[in-house]
Design a protein around this ligand. Structure first.
Ligand code: PLP
Length: 390
């Protein structure tokens, strides 16, 4: 665990999380806990693979990617018990551009696409940009967790609904949907012939006692109607390498994705992304297990701190991801949104609930940081709530 406790100075590294915040607010002392990347170095094996590539010195077009595909196939089988065939895999420069391209291929303007807010905010923008109508089926907060609303989902479906964007595990509320929940969702989508694009970018980040189900695996009837989006980026902190993989087990959908991707992406990933993916998926198990322990430790620290010192703040306990959704509804925020309150009064940069289609009383906090950073942020939030300056 020691490796995650070693602070890395990210300032002046052209990173959105730290340098972006400084540019935005013109302040040096803010604590950035917003964008979803981690303050941890990638596994040593990944760094070594990248160094080797740099030493080789040639970054020309890649080809014959069988080792790349094999690394993904092995990872999906060993970590997710899903046997993937090589021809099901389509590399893309990110899950977001992949979803956008797929929607362009599968829909025509005026089709409808369902999302389930509060949810990863680009979902809404992508659907609008491809010219489709967004249908929102908000999650319901019940028994201290968010759940999908199957009743309202079925009511809103008509013949113009073509796709549902599923976030699994769910950013920002941290649900790792269980098999029954996914089955209920998939049964409804199958009944109305709706394609499910399942964004599973957080699939490896699951806390003990929870299990991630690849959507296509939940029921054999879902296979032909599902597109699964994955990446090593959240798991191993490689987002800047822009390497994701879309996995399409059904033949008809595969032809459509193949058609689109061959025109927009040339079907090969970034050469550094190839090296990083192979190394991470081949050697990254221990690193990932230690990471999950560390993030879980951060979550437990946060929960205990809030229980002891910040009772009005409600923690929506995540079952996975390194993100936590906090509710400030019972905090006196002087009329500020929860995001503005923690920013202006505590100097902590979070993500605003409303950005995800949630409430202005909610924020999302990124726990993939050193414990010390989390401690400092919580002390500052406590000071802002319990000892407000006049
Ligand atoms: C659910 C979800 N999908 C996609 C992304 C971004 O994916 P990419 O950087 O591969 O476009 C994120 C990043 O936070 C995310 O949380």
């Amino acid at each position: 665990m020691a490796r995650f406790d070693k602070p890395v100075d990210r300032r002046d590294s052209d990173c959105m999380k730290f340098d972006g915040v400084r540019a935005l607010y013109n302040k040096d002392d803010l604590i950035p806990m917003w964008v979803a990347d981690m303050d941890f170095c990638a596994p040593n094996e990944v760094l070594s693979a990248l160094k080797l590539k740099v030493e080789h010195g040639i970054f020309g077009y890649p080809g014959n990617l069988s080792k790349y595909y094999q690394a993904i196939i092995d990872w999906m089988e060993k970590r997710h018990n899903w046997r993937v065939e090589q021809e099901w895999i389509f590399p893309a420069p990110g899950v977001v551009p992949a979803i956008a391209s797929i929607l362009e291929e599968l829909t025509t303007p005026n089709d409808k696409v369902i999302i389930q807010p509060p949810v990863y905010h680009p979902f809404l923008n992508i659907v609008k940009k491809v010219g489709c109508e967004v249908l929102e089926n908000p999650l319901i907060y019940r028994n201290n967790r968010y759940e999908m609303d199957y009743g309202s989902l079925e009511e809103m479906i008509d013949e113009r609904v073509k796709v549902l964007l599923l976030c699994s595990p769910h950013n920002p509320v941290g649900r790792v949907w269980n098999k029954e929940e996914l089955k209920k969702l998939g049964d409804i989508c199958s009944k109305y012939n709706i394609i499910v694009i399942s964004d599973e970018i957080h699939h490896d980040l699951v806390f003990p006692k929870n299990k991630h189900w690849v959507f296509a695996q939940v029921d054999e009837n879902f296979v032909d109607n599902t597109i699964v989006c994955t990446a090593p980026s959240k798991t191993f902190n490689l987002a800047g390498l822009q390497t994701a993989n879309v996995i399409v087990p059904g033949e008809k959908l595969r032809e459509k994705v193949q058609h689109k991707f061959s025109t927009v992406y040339n079907s090969f990933p970034n050469v550094m992304g190839i090296e990083a993916t192979k190394a991470a998926y081949t050697y990254g198990d221990n690193w990932l297990d230690e990471l999950l322990d560390y993030v879980k430790g951060n979550l437990e620290y946060l929960e205990e701190f809030i229980e002891k010192n910040l009772q009005p703040v409600k923690v929506i306990k995540p079952e996975g991801t390194y993100l936590v959704w906090l509710d400030f509804d019972e905090v006196n925020t002087d009329g500020l949104t929860a995001f503005d309150f923690v920013l202006k009064k505590a100097g902590v940069v979070s993500e605003p609930g409303e950005k995800y289609g949630g409430s202005t009383t909610s924020i999302r906090l990124n726990l993939a940081c050193h414990r010390e950073t989390l401690q400092k942020a919580l002390f500052k939030i406590e000071e802002a709530i319990n000892k407000p300056t006049v």
